[in-house]
Write a protein of this length. Structure first.
Length: 130
């Protein structure tokens, strides 16, 4: 039986017990809340942070708006930058930047969210490993 089938059965059993009056409302809600949490966890897909972490990539905060991406094939800083608007970019002009990273992000290096730049770095990092 899958996890979802087991949880469905537990929900059915809990509802039947409550309808029969064998458990009080407070106990029903306590058990129902626990089952809902298990259900959400079973259906939850991996977030980008989970995927990156499982791949062995680390993102370290260096300061306000500065992070260090330590990937599988390279290490590079990313930062929040602003003028009239705010965006995130890869610090491709640092002295120790891998030439492949500089070349890949030279044409387009503005991302709306930190998550977007991390995803772009991670996808590029994975493509170098293939």
């Amino acid at each position: 039986m899958s996890t979802i089938q087991i949880l469905t059965k537990q929900f059915e059993d809990l509802n039947a017990s409550f309808k029969q009056g064998s458990i009080q409302y407070g106990e029903y809600m306590k058990q129902h809340t626990k089952l809902v949490a298990k259900w959400k966890k079973a259906y939850k897909g991996d977030t980008l942070a989970d995927i990156v972490r499982k791949a062995g990539v680390k993102i370290t905060k260096l300061g306000r708006g500065y992070y260090l991406y330590t990937g599988l094939n390279f290490t590079v800083e990313l930062m929040e930058d602003s003028c009239e608007t705010t965006w995130w970019n890869v610090c491709i002009w640092d002295d120790n930047v891998d030439a492949r990273v500089h070349e890949n992000f030279y044409e387009y290096n503005q991302f709306e969210r930190k998550q977007d730049v991390v995803d772009a770095l991670f996808q590029f990092d994975k493509s170098l490993s293939e």
